[in-house]
Design a protein around this ligand. Structure first.
Ligand SMILES: Cc1cc2nc3c(=O)[nH]c(=O)nc-3n(C[C@H](O)[C@H](O)[C@H](O)COP(=O)(O)OP(=O)(O)OC[C@H]3O[C@@H](n4cnc5c(N)ncnc54)[C@H](O)[C@@H]3O)c2cc1C
Ligand code: FES
Length: 289
């Protein structure tokens, strides 16, 4: 006798991309002042089971009674059950989130956006380059690559923060620095404490530490505009093809699903055609960076 599926006809709400799902804040990790990691668990078991995302995708986080904000997913799809969002407190929605205690409910719509083309990247070397809050979306890609280690060649992370105290996921990354078969290069612009044992210097200075084969490496870059300026120059100097440089770009968004037009750049909507673009796309959409 054939076993029946639990949901032979999945409830409509599971297929509705516009509908927020309730999620409980199960843990708040105060990584850095004004940069907390929120661990969420969907209240509805059916949503929890069905949820899947791609590294580089984002969700619309809603705080009931306040509003919504797009936030990248920091956890990897290889780690099921908990959705992690690394949120910087800047304005209305994020400040309201920071006022919520553990066990509060928030709304989650998504996942949205294209994410990194991980199937196409498989079989290649991977160079992940993060500046500041850029580590938030790239952490998902990092853990995806580490959990699927056999699918990639050399995996390298270059991450730069202003100081050790401002480095996101610092303890986790320091423990990864010990892992074999993974190059974890961490740097800080300055070390006021004098106790930082990793690199001190601006992010592009890490390029001196490694060699890359530009024909078999994908570079994924996320950071503030200054990071793009100097990191892209280094990658081009190393002869990386523009299609092998992937960048996640943030625009002001509202709906997240290609309906409101808030995030349009030329003929593209960054919420559905992005937020991940190749450098080739980016130079053909001049306003985008
Ligand atoms: C795809 C994507 C992924 C993102 N991922 C993350 C993430 O992982 N973590 C994270 O912390 N953030 C992320 N962001 C940024 C986040 O969505 C914004 O910071 C968001 O605005 C926060 O909402 P808020 O209501 O708290 O802030 P808001 O109240 O919207 O204010 C945010 C900032 O914008 C300014 N501002 C507000 N309105 C305007 C306006 N009309 N014109 C100009 N400036 C204005 C404010 O002064 C403030 O400095 C992401 C954004 C995108 C598009
Ligand atoms: S955010 Fe509405 S179209 Fe992109």
């Amino acid at each position: 006798m054939e076993l029946q599926a639990v949901h032979p006809h999945p409830p409509e709400h599971l297929n509705n991309p516009y509908l927020p799902h309730l999620a409980r804040i199960v843990r708040i990790h105060r990584m850095v002042p004004d940069n907390y990691l929120f661990q969420l668990r969907f209240a509805d078991d059916a949503v929890l089971q069905k949820w899947d995302h791609r590294p580089g995708q984002f969700v619309e986080l809603s705080i009931i009674g306040t509003g919504e904000a797009p936030i990248s997913i920091s956890s990897s799809p290889t780690r099921k059950g908990i959705l992690e969002l690394c949120v910087r407190r800047v304005g209305r929605v994020t400040s309201a989130l920071y006022r919520l205690p553990t066990n509060s409910m928030v709304g989650i719509r998504g996942p949205y956006g294209n994410g990194f083309p991980v199937e196409e990247m498989a079989g290649n070397d991977l160079l992940i380059i993060a500046g500041g809050l850029g580590m938030a979306p790239l952490r998902s890609l990092l853990w995806y690559a580490l959990d699927n280690r056999e699918k990639f060649g050399t995996v390298t992370l270059m991450y730069g923060a202003r100081s050790p105290a401002e480095m996101l996921f610092r303890e986790e990354l320091l423990s990864l620095a010990e892992v074999e078969d993974f190059n974890c290069l961490l740097t800080v612009d300055r070390d006021p404490t004098g106790t930082w044992k990793q690199n001190v210097g601006l992010l592009p200075s890490l390029f001196k530490k490694m060699t890359f084969d530009p024909n078999k490496t994908y570079a994924a870059v996320v950071g503030p505009p200054i990071v793009y300026k100097f990191v892209l120059a280094e990658l081009l100097k190393l002869n990386f093809h523009k299609d092998r440089i992937l960048m996640s770009l943030e625009r002001r968004m509202k709906c997240g699903v290609g309906k409101c037009g808030h995030c349009s750049v030329g003929y593209k909507y960054t919420c559905i055609h992005g937020p991940v673009f190749t450098y080739w796309d980016a130079i053909n959409l001049p306003e985008i960076v």
